[in-house]
Design a protein around this ligand. Structure first.
Ligand code: ADP
Ligand code: MG
Length: 699
């Protein structure tokens, strides 16, 4: 591959601050900057001026089309390309792009899920420019990041509520900072999402209908070697994968995506890519782009990038870690322990706000990552559990205990700092040890939410997290603004919050059976194992009230989202079920039958030659395989019935419960028999490439 000048390459396809500053007049630039930083409404003249420069810049970079790029509730991004051309009177064309086209678009998008929000007569939602996320060029198209709404103003996408949740947090955090004597322009949340994925060879992939239709294998016996040797984790990256990663980095860098670290993951063929963190809505856009580009670049290298949470049974699935923090426009990280007692008190208050948020809205966090794919990780025997808890590490926990019990803190740090009459100890921030089994861990100056599935949009969990933390902060601001002695009130508040939310704090092994028991039975934490269990909690009054009061969602939006997510769950499993039926009836059963025929023929031929041959292998294999084909037949029929029955429900919650209770167990049973048959059948007869071929296909 040719050598790249990275600083030159970086962001070369992005209409970023550097480009804006260079190309826009001071007046236009300053006005746009105010919109970006302080959410001030953009006026039409400025939009017009920006559009002209954006068009010229895009044309210079080879673009011919533009699109409003948005994130409908399908989970993938959507775009509808329009070319810049307008006929000119002399019979030629002009390349035009107006301020109006920049600000607002009207995709004929009536087929996107709306969960009943749009009546068909007004099915055409509209898209609105999000100037806080830079426009970029992809495939000769100028992509303008936008929000997608219905004409009555209801959000039909993931960006709109995300921006609203960021505003809610901004508002409440600024109230708190004011109490500490700080007047900041804004508080924003930042996210660095670590993305896991698998790479398989395209030729092998193409032979697996389950991967093609569903993104995961629905059958497959374990190969002799899986991940038990831990020899893949951080291992030497194979040349073909290295080439892919280099190519991927270049493509991402051109789009201004801060791709930073990459390494092999635990399972064979599994890898991870982490960008440097950025503002949440930008990180969200970038993560969507990153997933798209990963898949595209993999194809170029003769591979397929699997973003499914559990492409292979028996080896680790893929997740995404949402590293989250809050920072001011002056660059102060509010989750960074400070150097002075006063700063520490402020840190502890923001920390308390997160702890309370995670406890009060554990169900919202859980359901924000719930999909059919992610159910294979959460609540199954894999990291992290479906129970949400917070890990703080020993030192920070000891400090909170000291505050809670009014005792002096006796940690590794000797100094006990004083705040007014109350002691709030100082501690070093680098001592947060890592607990990989915790779903929500404090890692020094940020929280890492680890329950996301690899294909999840990070928008969903950040909407809930921002809103829930905004709610804690609002309660604190309401209380502290009224207090006569701020320092005393602050200490009392922090003490009360950590006492009250003690149950959510857990530093132990999150995978252990004992924890599940303790969490549920002693602490009363919720353990929502599947999407069917989790999603309806969105409609709980406490959750609706909170989200509506912070103007993150309207009631109708919440109801529609719940419906869409459950529909998505049911449809996904339905497709998987039908794919299994087809593979079994058309391929597996005929293949086993072919092998049985060969065994039977061999046996009778051998016996006709000599009556001394016993044919033990042939006969016992035949007996077991024949038994298995009967079980397979029986299970496939049961699965068909379960799938058929889904059509009889007219309520989506009931349908999702039937998916959970009848379809998925029927699928599991069927798979068990087929996988056993695979181990007994000659490879020559087996219709699809084995797990061994899939997992070790990229060399
Ligand atoms: P790990 O040890 O879990 O692999 P790293 O320390 O490498 O994690 O960081 C993972 C991610 O966290 C990166 O994307 C990084 O940019 C991001 N990150 C670091 N600091 C912050 C912060 N203050 N806010 C949000 N994300 C952050
Ligand atoms: Mg991590």
């Amino acid at each position: 591959m040719e050598k790249q000048n990275v600083p030159e390459l970086f962001g070369s396809l992005v209409f970023d601050d550097r480009v804006m500053r260079a190309r826009l007049s001071d007046k236009v630039y300053n006005s746009l900057r105010k919109t970006i930083d302080e959410n001030v409404k953009l006026d039409d003249e400025v939009a017009e001026a920006v559009a002209v420069e954006m068009r010229d810049w895009a044309l210079e970079h080879g673009a011919t089309h533009f699109t409003h790029w948005f994130q409908p509730l399908t989970g993938v991004t959507a775009e509808k390309h329009d070319s810049f051309i307008t006929p000119s009177p002399d019979g030629g064309v002009l390349m035009e792009f107006s301020g109006k086209e920049l600000i607002k678009g009207e995709p004929d998008a009536s087929s996107f899920p709306s969960g009943g929000l749009r009546a068909t007569f007004e099915a055409r939602g509209y898209t609105a420019w999000d100037p806080t996320s830079y426009a970029f060029i992809k495939d000769h198209t100028l992509c303008i990041p936008t929000a997608f709404c219905s004409y009555s103003g209801e959000a039909l996408d993931k960006k709109t509520p995300l921006l609203r949740s960021m505003q809610a947090l901004d508002r409440e955090a600024k109230r708190i900072l004011k109490l500490f004597g700080k007047d900041v322009k804004y508080v924003r949340t930042s996210v660095g999402p670590e993305q896991e994925y698998f790479l398989v060879d395209k030729e092998v992939f193409d032979k697996r209908p389950d991967l093609i239709y569903t993104g995961r294998t629905l059958f497959g016996a374990m190969p002799p070697k899986g991940q038990e040797l831990d020899d893949h984790y951080f291992g030497v990256i194979k040349p073909r994968v290295t080439e892919f990663m280099e190519d991927l980095n270049n493509e991402l860098w051109k789009l201004g995506i801060l791709a930073k670290t990459e390494h092999n993951e635990v399972a064979p063929a599994q890898h991870e890519l982490a960008p440097i963190f950025s503002t949440t809505n930008v990180a969200t856009d970038n993560n969507q782009l990153m997933m798209e580009i990963m898949q595209k670049v993999a194809r170029k290298h003769g591979m397929v990038c699997l973003l499914h949470e559990k492409p292979f049974a028996g080896v680790n699935g893929s997740g995404k870690h949402n590293n989250w923090s809050m920072a001011t426009d002056t660059g102060v990280n509010l989750l960074s322990p400070g150097d002075t007692p006063y700063e520490n008190a402020q840190f502890l208050l923001f920390l308390a706000a997160v702890i309370q948020a995670v406890d009060d809205y554990q169900d919202l966090l859980r359901l924000s990552v719930a999909t059919a794919g992610n159910d294979h990780r959460l609540g199954a025997n894999e990291a992290p559990p479906a129970i949400i808890s917070v890990f703080l590490g020993d030192e920070l926990s000891a400090i909170l205990d000291a505050i809670r019990d009014d005792k002096p803190y006796e940690g590794t740090e000797k100094v006990v700092m004083k705040l007014g009459v109350n002691s709030i100890p100082h501690f070093s921030k680098d001592t947060t040890d890592r607990n990989r089994t915790s779903p929500f861990a404090f890692t020094g100056n940020k929280f890492e939410f680890r329950s996301l599935g690899s294909s999840n949009s990070i928008a969903c969990c950040n909407i809930m997290l921002n809103a829930a933390v905004a709610e804690s902060l609002k309660q604190y601001a309401d209380e502290l603004e009224k207090s006569d002695d701020f320092e005393v009130a602050l200490h009392e508040l922090i003490k009360r919050v950590i006492t009250k939310h003690q149950r959510i704090l857990f530093n132990g092994n999150g995978y252990g059976e004992e924890w599940i028991k303790e969490a549920v039975e002693v602490r009363g934490l919720s353990n929502l194992k599947t999407t069917a269990d989790a999603m309806p909690r969105l409609l709980d009054k406490k959750n609706m009230d909170m989200l509506i009061s912070h103007k993150v969602f309207t009631k109708a939006e919440i109801q529609s989202r719940c419906e869409i997510m459950l529909e998505n769950y049911c449809k996904t499993v339905n497709i998987e079920g039908h794919t299994m039926v087809e593979m079994v009836r058309k391929n597996y059963l005929p293949a086993i039958e072919g092998y049985l025929y060969s065994l039977a023929k061999t046996t009778s031929l051998m016996k006709s030659v000599s009556d001394k041959v016993k044919c033990n292998y042939e006969v016992s294999t035949m007996e077991r395989l024949s038994e298995l084909t009967d079980y397979i037949m029986d299970s496939v029929e049961k699965l068909e019935v379960a799938l058929e029955e889904l059509k009889s429900y007219d309520d989506i919650i009931k349908t999702s419960e039937a998916v959970r209770d009848t379809v998925i167990p029927a699928m599991d049973k069927l798979r068990g028999y087929v996988d056993e048959a695979e181990m007994l059948t000659s490879e020559r007869y087996w219709p699809f490439p084995s797990y061994g071929k899939l997992l070790f296909s990229v060399n």
